[in-house]
Design a protein around this ligand. Structure first.
Ligand SMILES: Nc1ncnc2c1ncn2[C@@H]1O[C@H](COP(=O)(O)OP(=O)(O)OP(=O)(O)O)[C@@H](O)[C@H]1O
Ligand SMILES: [Mg+2]
Length: 245
């Protein structure tokens, strides 16, 4: 169980002269849900985008399984056969395309034929709503359903590691809870590793295996979620809990 599928050492990254991530170590184990929380602007998005080559890494190393992917661009990572899925913050679907066409976009380097037919069936088992509306344009979906479609699209290539940047952003509380439950279900049923960045800090920590608190581009705390949930300072400062309950 405690076998890392992704490891990052001393990551320093940012934008041009602006250094945002100041030396971060992290790892996610097989079949583990790792939640990253932290204040707005603390560098959560920058960190996960650095891991997959979307932000320039000034120093440090990233490994997926045993393969070094430091400085590789996302398409190079995927071309190298490293199974990775990423859903950006406020993920956009292609509104003028149908649900089916959106899902095909998730397979941009794979063939659409046999694999596609098999995979899309598996995806519709996970997200029946999308299967019922396969020919509809994505513009007709609600915010929550669009988020689900973005998640389904990231799952099309059958990734071993899924990176989600605030999948509950802009969702009503009940839909946000559904989305977080869906993430846990995916982890269990697909047996994948998930890195989840979340503003709903306490709830996502309750549902995850391990957590990282990122503050000004540094790891301020990390550990098993149940331990972080017990720590008074973390509860008060980062989990929005006023008193120990
Ligand atoms: N493309 C960019 N160019 C320059 N600076 C950026 C860029 N994207 C983010 N930043 C800066 O990097 C810092 C960290 O931003 P980042 O988006 O990583 O934070 P975050 O923790 O994800 O915040 P939030 O919780 O609001 O999503 C911020 O100061 C932000 O202004
Ligand atoms: Mg962010």
């Amino acid at each position: 169980m405690d076998k890392p599928v992704l490891r990052a050492h001393n990551v320093v990254s940012g934008y041009g002269k602006l250094q945002v991530i100041n030396g971060v170590d992290l790892h996610v184990n097989e079949k583990e849900l790792l939640t990253i929380i932290g204040p707005n602007g603390s560098g959560k998005t920058t960190l996960i985008r650095t891991l997959i080559g979307l932000v320039e890494m000034f120093e440090g190393q990233v490994f997926i399984r045993e393969k070094e992917v430091s400085h590789m661009r996302p398409h190079e990572i995927i071309k190298a056969g490293i199974p990775l899925g990423y859903v950006p913050q406020l993920a956009n679907v292609f509104p003028s395309l149908t649900i089916e066409e959106n899902l095909k976009m998730g397979l941009f380097v794979k063939k659409w034929d046999e694999y596609y037919l098999k995979r899309i069936e598996e995806i519709f088992n996970l997200f029946p709503i999308l299967g019922e509306r396969i020919s509809q344009r994505a513009s007709l979906l609600s915010g929550g359903e669009r988020q689900m479609l973005a998640l389904a699209r990231a799952l099309m290539p059958n990734p071993e590691i899924l990176i989600l940047d605030e999948p509950t952003a802009a969702l009503a509380p009940n839909l946000a809870e559904d989305m977080l439950q869906q993430v846990v279900t995916l982890k269990k049923t697909l047996g994948i590793s998930i890195i989840l960045v979340e503003q709903r800090a306490k709830r996502s920590m309750e549902l995850s295996d391990r957590g990282i608190v990122l503050v000004t581009g540094r790891v301020a705390a990390e550990g098993p979620s149940n331990e972080l949930l017990q720590e008074d300072t973390i509860r008060k400062l980062y989990l929005g809990v006023r008193e120990k309950s």
